[in-house]
Write a protein that binds this ligand. Sequence first.
Ligand code: ADP
Length: 287
Amino acid sequence: MLPPAIIASCQEIIKGNITLARPVAGGDINRAYHVETPECSYFIKTNTASWAGQMFEAEAKGLRALNSPCILRTPAVLGFGSTSDGSYLLLEFIETSYRPDVFWEKFGAALAKLHRSTAPGFGFDHDNFIGSLPQRNHHHDDWPTFYTEERLLPQLKITKQQNLLQTRDFQQFDLLFKKLPDLCPKEPPALTHGDLWSGNFLCDAQGQPVLIDPAASYSHREMDLAMSRLFGGFERPFYRSYEEEWPLEPGFEHRLPIYQLYFLLVHVNLFGGGYVRSVREVLAGYV
Ligand code: ADP
């Protein structure tokens, strides 16, 4: 049931009466609802955690940032806030359809174009979340420092607090940090989705890709491609058209697991020790 205080707050924003609220499955962290007024459909995410208000504000900013180059669609952000019944994010409801044949090609090319959106440094104008974990986005001029300081070290701090890795693992990470400048190509900071797995995009009624649930930042563009391949990968035409639009530097296959390390550490911290083996396998390939 959508809680009454959240209904009241959303009704104020949309200036209409919510007549129906159906739970939507598929989310990892939040409760989600397809909501209707007599005039329109909306999508509402809710969460009662103390940090959820910050999380939804960051998600709203990320969706708006990804939408601003007008390359890939994101749901319009209508509002967010915290009430006595928890926090919420109110979005445009995206009607979905089956993916047409050209879907993956369009998506790959569009992501490459989105990645051309750049900034003076790696980072973002606000910190955000990856899943339910905080993600820092302090500015750094170079990728290896950003990746070490803002991505890997904060996750390693959490694994340490939870005793999920051993001293030898931390030593291997230290060795990897020193090698990063030689492993990753120097490229301009790219506007990235930040958590691009198969659950974080939709195909709208016109057959166009729609990005949802981002952990956006100006990052290395190869991060999005690495996340997309963590669990099986997207369809081939996606990667082919990405590279037609903006080829990757040689050696991507060799460095792909380095980018996946961050997402694996996030999985270790969110879902426990099962992912530790994968982290160790990646480290063994470089140190
Ligand atoms: P969580 O933050 O809990 O991971 P998601 O943002 O992934 O939640 O949303 C849960 C599910 O709801 C998604 O898998 C998707 O199918 C659907 N969804 C997300 N945003 C929208 C939207 N704006 N319109 C329609 N469906 C959506």
